[in-house]
Design a protein around this ligand. Structure first.
Ligand code: SF4
Length: 401
């Protein structure tokens, strides 16, 4: 009689499974739509994170975060790759491409044991297989500082996911995580990046984190305040946002359950606000002052700021400094630099702006060139907000091109 043994998954099946388990990790494929939405109504393109092949060492977690398909207690087919096997798989999956590798894992036994596996996998990739591409490795909540050092030696980037915007959120959706076991490794990574850079020792160059927007009913103001604090305190390279989706209660979380499906446009607006803080010198308070908890769906955050401060506009293109130019809706960093260069030689006119490929669609309402204003009476019109909204532009109500 033939014995029916469970079939070992093929490498392709295993890679697919790993990618599915890493669904909440930031990814250029999954988040492409959000980045495209953010780029559509902003003055610069939102570059998705570098394409990476995602490798999950272990697929069955000792923790039981409510939203996760790997959580403890679920009846699912398990997998656990040895560091050597995972390194070989990862190396093979990026061999003929320019993709980087993203190494992560569910928590196997405990955080330190898993971190040790990840560090070893990273070591094999670099030292035995000679992988020289981009390597992003996850740090487990509460991982020992020595293991963070060991992992960072081989990685380009480290990340520990903060997940929620309010500490009380851990109890509601990720009971084994807490402020301490997330922020301690984040702080450790940040000081080791600075120290090793100073001492010229090999260590990861950057740290990122990810936050699930809407996971605890928090408003955008709370998210932006936290994001700004994370940049300040831990010198993060980026904070990534994912749209939280949680539609039926996980075991053990029934008491606090309420369904959440964060719309993608909300994460797109968060990315736009984030870029204003990182690149344009805005504070979180300027983007969402007290009394304004949420970003607008209709207008991008910079336009919303301008609409709240109409007394600062129009800005004279030939006199405004760089920082002021950056606060004009429709003028980005590249455009502001072009204007400053052109001003060295002559007075800049609206026609020159067009020739310099600087869009006047939004900016025309907020600027003068040599005292000349071409925005009609829009700034004083009743439907100003609609005219400047993404919808208004799509309908081309005021097509000035
Ligand atoms: S720690 Fe939580 S989110 Fe991460 S793999 Fe385990 S259950 Fe999933």
């Amino acid at each position: 009689m033939e014995l029916l043994l469970p079939r070992k998954p093929s490498e392709v099946q295993l890679l697919d499974k790993m990618a599915a388990d890493a669904v909440y990790e930031v990814s250029s494929d999954r988040d492409a739509e959000v980045f495209a939405m953010a780029s559509a109504s902003a003055i610069h393109s939102f570059v998705p994170p570098q394409k990476t092949s995602k490798l999950y060492l272990c697929g069955h977690c000792a923790f039981n975060c409510a939203y996760c398909s790997c959580r403890a207690g679920l009846d699912r087919e398990d997998y656990l790759s040895s560091p050597a096997e995972a390194a070989r798989l990862a190396f093979a999956s990026v061999k003929n491409s320019s993709h980087g590798i993203f190494l992560s894992s569910a928590i196997c036994r405990n955080a330190d044991y898993t971190q040790e596996l990840l560090a070893e996998c990273a070591r094999i990739l670099r030292k035995e297989l000679g992988f020289t591409g981009f390597l992003h490795v996850k740090v487990m909540p509460g991982a020992d500082p020595c293991l963070i050092e060991k992992t960072g030696r081989y990685a380009d980037r480290l990340s520990v996911n903060i997940e929620v915007a309010k500490s009380s959120g851990y109890e509601r959706i990720a009971k084994q995580k807490n402020r301490e076991n997330i922020l301690s490794p984040m702080s450790e990574i940040s000081s080791r990046i600075a120290k090793n850079r100073y001492e010229r020792k090999p260590f990861a160059l950057s740290q990122t984190t990810q936050l699930m927007a809407g996971s605890t009913g928090e408003d955008d103001r709370t998210i932006l305040t936290l994001t700004s604090a994370l940049y300040r305190k831990y010198a993060l390279k980026r904070v990534y946002f994912s749209a939280f989706r949680y539609l039926s209660p996980a075991k053990g979380y029934e008491a606090d359950f309420s369904p959440v499906q964060t719309p993608l446009w909300r994460t797109a607006r968060l990315y736009q606000a984030d870029s204003l803080m990182r690149l344009y010198g805005f504070s979180s308070e300027e983007i969402l002052p007290e009394g304004e908890p949420f970003l607008s769906r209709e207008v991008d955050p910079k336009t919303a700021y301008a609409l709240r401060h109409l007394d600062l506009y129009p800005v004279e293109i030939n006199r405004a400094d760089f920082e002021t130019l950056l606060r004009v809706p429709g003028i980005g960093i590249v455009s502001a630099k072009k204007i400053l260069v052109a001003r060295r030689y002559c007075a800049v006119t609206h026609d020159m702006l067009k020739k310099m490929r600087i869009s006047l669609k939004k900016s025309v309402y907020f600027i003068t060139c040599g005292g000349k204003y071409l925005g009609g009476n829009v700034l004083f019109s009743q439907n100003l907000r609609y005219v400047l909204s993404d919808n208004g532009f799509q309908l081309r109500l005021f097509d000035d091109d």
